[in-house]
Design a protein around this ligand. Structure first.
Ligand code: SF4
Length: 438
């Protein structure tokens, strides 16, 4: 599996070691986690090819490891949303990876004979495929806003990502989550000249979806989300503001897509309103399990709602949506960030394993976004991501805990399994067993 001439490379040697220690974690998943925590660089020729395909839409956060103003090749306007890795010396089954730009990464996409190849410190890893832009990506609304601003897709076209409020009312060091760059990213996108609507109207969303529904069959789900609303936005509370979108979408396109919302852990009555609107999946993102780290990394959430209440509301929501349809996100890796995180992988894994066990024992299966140290966030200013060993062991613990509680694959993520999964910001779907053919 590891060609002899390249195993001396240090980054590859690390992957080889972990692949040896965890032979049941596919090597594709190990590379994917490494790419997500380190980001990837692009050669000028590779970018020239990529700009003819579906480009990065900056659907909510930057998910980059340098600010736009430092991108010497204007990568922010040319790089693709995602890449699909196939073949190569490791004989990759297809694996889809979100593009996190980092010109200093040891991973580099280059063009050779007109074909894209991913290299790690100069050694080929896999072929790189790109997704063609769907036809609706060329369209605009009647008011001139591009559809890529209003309703971009990720996960290889599976998920329409509707960030209807591109800012967060948790503001400043005392409130913003420390891993999050939503407010700073909004500012840098506007400064760069990208059309980037701060608050999308219900009418804009419906108009965009009408265009998509008439031209596209790949999208299977949509997510309505945005920053938290701690007071009011346009005179509305968080539930009043966000519930209008799925209510209108489900009225106009009943059941056309799987409906998902990412909002805070809300009260029973508020959650019920989403359910009544036709929402199928609720993501009250929990971010990090450890009590001290939750308070430190999510100071706004801790102050306005509180950890105990957040947990209780997740379990309340499970009674309303069904436990399998409540899927809180963990930002995998922030447990090990400096200066407050755990010093050892053992301690970090033990903590998150405890959280996974707690939720999964109630039928609630969290999911992960592999931490991207964004330089415009507090935690991403001056450090790298968590050790690769942490991410690989997390996948192992995730699988073991799911198996312990015999949980079915999470709904709303497409097919599970290597070669089939489309979820691009963590390998958790890639490592699940493939569903049997029906
Ligand atoms: S609640 Fe936290 S993670 Fe969510 S948008 Fe606001 S600052 Fe970011």
């Amino acid at each position: 599996m590891f060609p002899e001439q390249i195993v001396h490379n240090s980054a590859l040697a690390l992957i080889e070691t972990l692949a040896g220690r965890f032979p049941d974690v596919p090597v594709e998943a190990i590379f994917k986690e490494d790419l997500l925590r380190r980001g990837m660089a692009w050669s000028r020729e590779a970018l020239g090819i990529a700009e003819g395909f579906k480009r990065k839409a900056y659907f909510i956060f930057s998910f980059d490891m340098i600010p736009i103003e430092q991108m010497a090749q204007n990568e922010n306007t040319k790089a693709p949303e995602e890449i699909r890795l196939v073949g190569g010396p490791f004989r990759f089954k297809p694996v889809i990876v979100s593009v996190r730009l980092n010109p200093f990464s040891p991973y580099r996409v280059v063009a050779e004979d007109g074909k894209l190849i991913l290299k790690l410190e100069g050694h080929p890893v896999a072929g790189v495929e790109l997704q063609h832009s769907p036809s609706y990506y060329q369209r605009s609304l009647a008011n001139g806003k591009p559809i890529t601003d209003i309703a971009p897709t990720i996960e290889w076209g599976y998920l329409l990502y509707l960030t209807v409020f591109r800012l967060c009312q948790y503001f400043g060091a005392g409130e913003e989550c420390q891993f999050c760059d939503i407010n700073e990213n909004y500012r840098q996108q506007r400064k760069s000249g990208r059309p980037y609507t701060s608050v999308k109207t219900v009418e804009e969303i419906l108009e965009a979806l009408e265009i998509i529904a008439s031209t596209d069959s790949a999208s299977k789900a949509y997510t309505v989300t945005g920053g938290s609303i701690t007071s009011r936005l346009e005179g509305k509370t968080e539930v009043e503001f966000y519930a209008r979108y799925p209510e209108a979408i489900e009225l106009k396109f009943p059941g056309r897509w799987i409906s998902k919302v990412v909002v805070q852990a809300l009260t029973r009555d508020e959650v019920q309103r989403f359910r009544d609107a036709g929402v199928k999946i609720y993501h009250p993102n929990y971010e990090v399990w450890d009590e001290r780290l939750f308070e430190t990394f999510c100071p706004g959430k801790a102050r306005y709602i509180g950890r105990e209440q957040w947990i209780r509301r997740i379990l309340d929501a499970a009674e309303i949506f069904g436990a399998n349809n409540v899927i809180p996100n963990f930002v995998a890796g922030i447990e090990m960030s400096r200066p407050d995180g755990f010093d050892s992988v053992d301690d970090a894994i033990a903590s998150t394993a405890e959280g996974l066990d707690y939720f999964m024992s109630h039928g609630v299966s969290p999911r992960f976004t592999t931490w991207c140290p964004e330089p415009l966030s507090v935690l991403g200013r001056n450090q790298e991501g968590a050790p690769l060993e942490y991410h690989v062991r997390l996948l192992r613990v995730y699988l073991d805990t799911r198996s312990k509680y015999r949980l079915p694959p999470p709904p709303g993520y497409g097919e599970p399994g290597l070669g089939r999964a489309v979820f691009s910001v963590s390998a958790f779907m890639d490592v699940l067993p493939t569903a049997p053919e029906s």
